[in-house]
Design a protein around this ligand. Structure first.
Ligand SMILES: CC(C)(COP(=O)(O)OP(=O)(O)OC[C@H]1O[C@@H](n2cnc3c(N)ncnc32)[C@H](O)[C@@H]1OP(=O)(O)O)[C@@H](O)C(=O)NCCC(=O)NCCS
Length: 186
């Protein structure tokens, strides 16, 4: 996997500042040059199995994804951020993005990890931090998650962070289940 050198493009020589942090993870805003660091993840059929049926993303799809996340960050103040471990390797993504489903405009939480980092609780650790930001930073009232029914690991994360099953739906041509959670507004 490519090692992200993580130089700050606006202040060369200085490291980029993470947007969110956990003990083992850092979430960064995307920059246009970040594609190389994520390519090994988005071209792994095992990672993509429950995203699009296992088809690796093309270079154009990855560029489009990064451009879209940069746009979400600008317009909404959040996105599916690039995730690094403490060794500054890009190991996945986690965050929030707007989504249209069931005739409603919603915000979904999502996570992808490089395969060698599965099963260490990192997905759950990232998801908890992002959900906390959804309430305290983004001031959202409701967050959903969309998952293929066979994706047990992802649904386990949803349950562990307090989301509950809401319904089945269709999304991008796939049958999905939808989990949801509302913020604590006390
Ligand atoms: C989904 C994903 C992020 C999970 O990350 P992870 O760091 O391995 O998850 P965690 O270690 O936090 O585990 C979460 C829970 O799921 C369980 N779990 C992990 N892998 C599992 C599997 N293959 N089947 C069933 N349960 C599984 C874990 O045991 C844990 O539950 P527990 O704490 O009660 O034991 C990772 O598998 C991934 O990146 N998959 C490919 C991309 C993807 O599908 N993203 C989600 C799209 S909706």
């Amino acid at each position: 996997m490519a090692i992200e050198t993580n130089l700050n493009p606006t202040h060369p020589g200085l490291p980029r500042q993470p947007f969110l942090e956990t003990p083992r993870l850092r979430l960064f805003r995307w920059e246009a040059g970040d594609a190389d660091s994520f390519r090994a993840i988005s071209s792994d059929p095992e990672v993509m199995r429950y995203i699009n049926g296992g088809r690796p993303w093309s270079a154009a799809e990855l560029d489009e994804y990064i451009g879209r996340q940069i746009g979400h960050e600008r317009t909404r103040g959040f996105c599916l951020w690039r995730m690094e471990n403490t060794a500054a390797e890009t190991i996945g993504m986690c965050g929030l993005q707007p989504v249209s489903i069931g005739g409603r405009e919603e915000v979904e939480i999502g996570w992808w990890l490089a395969q060698r980092y599965w099963g260490q609780g990192l997905g759950t650790e990232a998801a908890r931090r992002v959900l906390d930001f959804a309430w305290s930073g983004a001031k959202l009232e409701r967050v959903i998650a969309i998952v293929m029914p066979e994706n047990r690991a992802s649904q386990n994360i949803m349950k562990k962070i307090g989301m509950t099953y809401e319904r089945e739906d269709q999304h991008k041509g796939f049958r999905v289940v939808l989990y949801a959670i509302v913020g604590d507004r006390r």
